[in-house]
Design a protein around this ligand. Structure first.
Ligand SMILES: [Zn+2]
Length: 428
């Protein structure tokens, strides 16, 4: 293993942070664009199970992501290796033990016990997911997204599990499915509003029934055909990125319902056994001091000379800088950052030959992890789905210089194109 150069890491961290906090937190890497088709492989059952399990184990402490790989020992034993951005605390270990007891059926009624587990151990992660859904749901309802423009078909096709939903949420006689779906979105919105501000404490203080209703509605609404229709619509007035993110977050929240109603009971009713271990490697975290300011990083990303760009900038350098400073003054810029080799990469590097080439990630892999994984030669790893997002805590793994350089090059090129696009728009 060659330690990546310190300068290379600083430049990468500067560029990632400026991209994430200012230019475009959902910037797409070229590999994200080109792999859309190749990713459409039939759903892997083991990856699906791993994805549910990793979400169940994610406590969200310190805002960290949890990742997991899987080994199968015979037909009955599933062994998970778990890792977080940092090393797990005692609280994370206790959480894992409590969840294992639940999965093995030693803590009584599963619904109640799982929600109790979530409120006790996973409230940081759960409150975060609820909050994100709440914010997007408010915008979705405020903008009155054109649910009315959707061509509605057979009721049960519009909302899978409609009968079950109707048992809990009354549907007026003769109420059109579009009005009913809209009423359900409003019901979810009110349930989330009751938790406002949605904090770790408000999730802990909420009743089990309250949390159960949120998970139930999120699960069913994320499968509403109308959302899929809006997402694939060619209507240029629709913000497809917004709809895609909203649907993803909703589905992630609803996944807790699936864990509670399907995954845990199936474990409890089978003789399957789940074992877990934590990955421990001390040297993957590092605190670094950045050298450049956002203005300088952005200006230095602009290729020179590019006539079209410099045409729209004032000639005077001082004035150029003032524009940038004016735009960036509200930024929460950090000069000192803590970076770590992300857990999914550490798990891949530590994988044994019997480990399945699957990695579950509680919040979906970030753009750098995806790019690194896709650039790997040999074993082709599949990861959880999720929208591409940047994460400036990304540390160069230093395992293979070719892979490190591939990520650095991609980040620099994405920064250049995002800055140029914005400048060509005339700073609006
Ligand atoms: Zn990552």
């Amino acid at each position: 293993m060659n330690a990546p150069s310190h300068e290379k890491q600083i430049k990468l961290s500067e560029e990632l942070q400026v991209l994430e906090v200012f230019w475009c937190p959902y910037a797409r890497f070229r590999s994200d664009v080109t792999s859309v088709t190749s990713d459409r492989v039939p759903e892997d059952r083991n990856l699906c199970l791993l994805d549910h399990l990793v979400l169940a184990f994610a406590t969200g402490n310190h805002g960290w992501t949890t990742a997991a790989t899987m080994q199968l020992e015979g037909e009955k034993i599933i062994h998970l290796t778990l890792a977080m951005n940092g090393n797990p605390s005692d609280e994370d270990r206790h959480a894992a033990t409590a969840l294992l007891e639940l999965l093995h059926g030693s803590t009584g009624q599963s619904d109640e016990a799982f929600i109790h587990y979530l409120r006790r151990y996973a409230a940081p992660h759960l409150s975060n997911v609820i909050q994100e859904v709440g914010l997007r749901l408010s915008s979705f309802l405020e903008r009155e997204f054109p649910l009315s423009e959707v061509k509605w078909t057979v009721d049960s096709d519009e909302l899978p599990g409609l009968e079950e939903v109707q048992k809990s949420y009354n549907r007026h006689e003769g109420q059109h499915i579009s009005d009913y779906v809209r009423a359900l979105f409003h019901a979810l919105h009110s349930k989330i509003q009751e938790l406002q501000p949605c904090t770790i404490q408000s999730v802990r203080n909420a009743s089990n029934d309250h949390i159960r209703s949120i998970l139930f509605l999120a699960h069913h609404l994320s499968r509403a055909r109308a959302l899929q229709t809006l997402y694939t619509s060619r209507n240029k007035d629709l913000n497809i990125v917004f709809i895609g993110l909203f649907r993803y977050r909703l589905a992630r929240l609803g996944q807790y319902h699936t864990i509670m109603s399907a995954i845990i009971p199936s474990f409890q009713n089978s003789n399957s056994k789940l074992t877990v271990e934590w990955l421990h490697d001390a040297a993957h975290m590092q605190t670094i001091r950045l050298l450049r300011k956002p203005v300088q990083i952005s200006l230095e990303a602009i290729p020179k000379p590019t006539v079209s760009i410099y045409d729209v900038l004032p000639n005077d350098e001082k004035e150029q800088e003032e524009i940038m400073v004016g735009m960036m003054e509200y930024l929460q810029w950090k000069d000192v950052v803590e970076v770590s080799v992300h857990p999914e990469i550490r798990l891949i590097l530590a994988a044994q030959s019997s480990t399945l080439p699957l990695v579950g990630v509680s919040d979906g892999p970030c753009a750098c992890c995806r790019h690194w994984i896709r650039s790997c030669k040999g074993k082709k790893w599949k990861t959880s789905h999720g929208p591409p997002h940047l994460d400036w805590t990304w540390k160069l793994p230093g395992h293979d210089r070719r892979l490190d350089d591939a990520v650095c090059k991609e980040v620099s090129s994405v920064l250049t194109s995002e800055v140029c696009i914005e400048i060509n728009r005339g700073w609006n």
